[in-house]
Design a protein around this ligand. Structure first.
Ligand code: AMP
Ligand code: ZN
Length: 707
């Protein structure tokens, strides 16, 4: 009988089963099978193995214990030595080598895997009374036996199951629907705090599974969203969505870059020797995992204190939590109680109310973005909210200010709900000073003094002084050099301002007149930074046309729109010559975008900039190659993609459809031409397709079709 497996099955109380398994658990085979004695490795192989072990150890100290044992340089040095040796000796390659943490940008697709033991969710409670009810039910179910309770954080990320064999990570699978999940091993390997290989001298079971939560720490989340805001990409609503989205990415190199973390809270396996959850978690911790903070609570008062304490203390944690989890400690009791169809009877989640703080509004500032839009920002007395200190909150626009009826010096309620930027959700009018004045929106640009204009049909005010208003100029430079645009390294906010103030760069075309000499002549400018910038500028001449369009800072033309334009218009001359009606006839280009493009190219100085960029050698058309590989084989076809594929990822299939003149649509209707179906197409989609008589084409047929 498999002790832990049955913990997750639904079954009636059965003391026999419990005793049998409990006694079996006394004589476990826990020791990892050490590999057969082999000749001792020598030379480079020995050094490779030694380096891997050393790096794994330092990695654990740094990412799990938060106690670095060597300097970053030393670490990098050892890593480079290992990389070099592995490059010289492909025969000693290991997918779990510490060098593999950086991931790869080859897309992989995800295999669906059936969980050995289903992954369940947890029942919820919202008050101490409900926790008491839970404990009473548990005791009743156990025939009145006493119970020991443990409390843990409920980490707010995405759950993961990771299996180890002989101390090596073999597979990581998402929860999926609880029965089947996606194999995301390649991405999980990039998470530095997850051990890939356990230290040899430890006493772990030959085969076991740990379950936990993959999280995006607040710091990584904020960095990522800042970057996305800058690139005009949609922001992640919260760290949970960001973690889940990142884990499902096709590009593990990007996953590696985003800084995920993981905490574990379950150990599963056959014939494990532990009697309690705390014992099992201590073991997991000793093997090198980051483990949930687990506390034994002796009484209901202790439970109550735990809730009160962590409702405060969780705000200082580096990761998001949305509550606590209470579990019975005895694994025998887990087995006896079993589970309902959805959740175990021996654990319950306790959810916190969303976090909100009251603080003083110091003043409202008005900030000018690169497109001239004015954003009102509330500057606050610093307050701790969900793990970060909040000093500023967006007030969005004039309408919101009016709705909140916010006055100078008000005490305001701040929430960090879904969005990255905290928001003000209300005002405590009782604490308002009698002479306080309502906050007024500015009428003139706070930087250049130009009278603001209101964008028709929108709540936003803009400074129309596009070509002389400093934050708009430097904002456009920063946007131009951003990673998703021209990707020129070394020009951040400060350097952009410095380039502008020194008179070297007034607009983006001026960047191509820069020289090393001119850069190093600037105040505090290092030769190295100058070289880096010049290298980036040179490389930007190869950046594809679609990103050049994006980099121009045409209002409303984000990354996706720029792609659509490049694909449909092919070169800059046509783009500049098109009328608003012609542009609006392109699918996905609305009248507002069309108008903005026409207005942009109507300005002489913008046309000049384009000419200078062309002269500098930037890509002003789709490449020959891109044009040549385009066909009209799918012209006019609306295609739905469904299921899991073997040869290409979904994203690749989308690109292939577009390359061949087709259109990828998300839902099935009468207008759908056919469905490109992989494995496990959803039953609802299948039924709908059959009802409407729409063809279902598999991967191979599709690839033949466009051959
Ligand atoms: P819910 O998704 O609200 O049903 O909550 C259940 C989920 O909470 C589980 O699937 C886990 O992903 C997550 N969780 C977070 N922290 C813990 C913890 N300490 N113990 C168990 N589950 C946890
Ligand atoms: Zn201005």
């Amino acid at each position: 009988m498999d002790l832990q497996r049955s913990l997750f099955d639904d079954f009636e109380n059965n003391d026999n089963v419990a005793e049998q398994s409990a006694s079996k658990a006394q004589q476990p085979d826990t020791k990892a099978q050490q590999p057969e004695a082999k000749a001792q490795p020598t030379g480079d192989e020995a050094r490779i193995l030694e380096l891997r072990e050393t790096l794994n150890r330092h990695n654990h100290s740094y990412y799990v214990l938060n106690q670095p044992t060597i300097s970053d340089q030393e670490f990098d040095h050892l890593m480079r030595e290992l990389q070099d040796l592995e490059a010289q000796h492909p025969e000693f390659a290991d997918p779990l080598s510490p060098t593999q943490r950086v991931g790869s940008d080859l897309s992989q697709g995800f295999q669906q895997v059936t969980h050995e033991r289903p992954m369940m969710s947890l029942g919820n409670s919202y008050s101490i009374a409900e926790v008491q009810d839970f404990l009473r039910r548990a005791k009743d179910g156990l025939g009145g036996e006493p119970v020991e309770i443990v409390g843990e954080m409920k980490y707010d990320g995405t759950s993961i199951s990771v299996t180890y064999e002989n101390g090596r990570l073999v597979r990581a699978v998402t929860r999926g629907d609880g029965v089947r999940g996606d194999d995301v091993t390649a991405n999980v390997i990039t998470i530095r705090s997850i051990p890939l290989e356990l230290p040899k001298d430890m006493d772990y079971p030959t085969r076991f599974e740990v379950r936990g939560e993959i999280l995006m720490p607040w710091a990584s989340f904020e960095r990522l969203n800042k970057e996305r805001a800058f690139n005009e990409e949609p922001l992640f609503a919260n760290p949970r969505n960001a973690a889940a989205g990142t884990l499902k990415m096709q590009n593990s190199a990007e996953v590696a870059r985003r800084g995920l973390d993981a905490y574990f809270y379950f150990l599963l396996g056959d014939n494990l020797p532990y009697k309690t959850h705390t014992e099992a978690m201590e073991a997991v911790r000793s093997w090198g995992f980051k483990v949930a903070h687990t506390e034994v609570l002796e009484s209901i008062d202790a439970v109550s204190d735990f809730i009160e304490r962590w409702d405060q203390d969780r705000k200082t944690l580096p990761v998001a939590t949305d509550g606590l989890v209470f579990k019975l400690n005895s694994l025998r009791q887990w087995l006896n109680l079993g589970a309902t169809a959805k959740s175990p009877r021996w654990a319950i989640a306790y959810k916190f109310a969303p976090e909100r703080e009251c603080t003083k509004l110091k003043f409202v500032s008005f900030e000018v973005g690169r497109t001239g839009v004015i954003t009102p920002v509330a500057n606050l007395d610093p307050v701790l909210l969900s793990g970060t200190i909040v000093k500023r909150a967006s007030l969005h626009n004039e309408d919101i200010i009016r709705q909140l009826d916010i006055h100078d010096g008000d005490m305001v309620y701040v929430e960090k709900g879904g969005e990255i930027i905290p928001k003000i959700v209300g005002v405590d009018t009782k604490q308002r000073q009698p002479d306080a004045q309502p906050v007024k929106f500015v009428t003139h640009c706070p930087v250049c003094g130009t009278a603001l204009q209101r964008i028709e049909g929108e709540a936003a005010w803009v400074c129309p002084n596009k070509w002389e208003c400093k934050p708009q100029i430097t904002g456009r430079i920063e946007h131009f050099v951003a990673r998703h645009a021209m990707n020129i390294d070394g020009i951040g906010e400060e350097v952009a301002a410095q380039l502008h103030e020194s008179g070297l760069v007034d607009n983006i075309a001026d960047l191509y007149d820069l020289t090393i000499d001119r850069l190093v002549a600037l105040d505090r400018f290092q030769l190295k930074s100058a070289q880096r910038i010049m290298r980036g500028i040179e490389q930007s001449k190869q950046v594809p046309f679609e990103r050049v369009i994006f980099a121009l800072s045409i209002q409303f033309v984000g990354e996706t729109t720029a792609k659509v334009l490049a694909r449909n218009v092919h070169n800059i001359d046509r783009l500049m010559a098109m009328s608003a009606d012609e542009l609006a006839a392109i699918p996905e280009i609305g009248p507002k975008i069309a108008q903005s493009i026409v207005e942009f190219f109507a300005v002489d100085s913008n046309r000049d900039i384009v000419e200078r960029l062309r002269w500098a050698g930037l890509q002003m058309a789709l490449s020959e190659q891109e044009l040549a590989s385009r066909t009209t084989k799918l012209e006019g076809k609306k295609i739905v993609i469904s299921g899991v594929f073997q040869h290409h990822s979904r994203e690749e299939y989308k690109a292939i459809i577009e390359q061949n003149g087709g259109k990828n649509v998300s839902s099935i209707s009468k207008a759908t031409s056919f469905i490109l179906a992989g494995d496990n197409m959803g039953p609802a989609k299948l039924e709908k397709a059959q009802k409407l008589g729409i063809d279902i084409i598999n991967e191979d047929q599709f690839l033949m079709m466009i051959e």
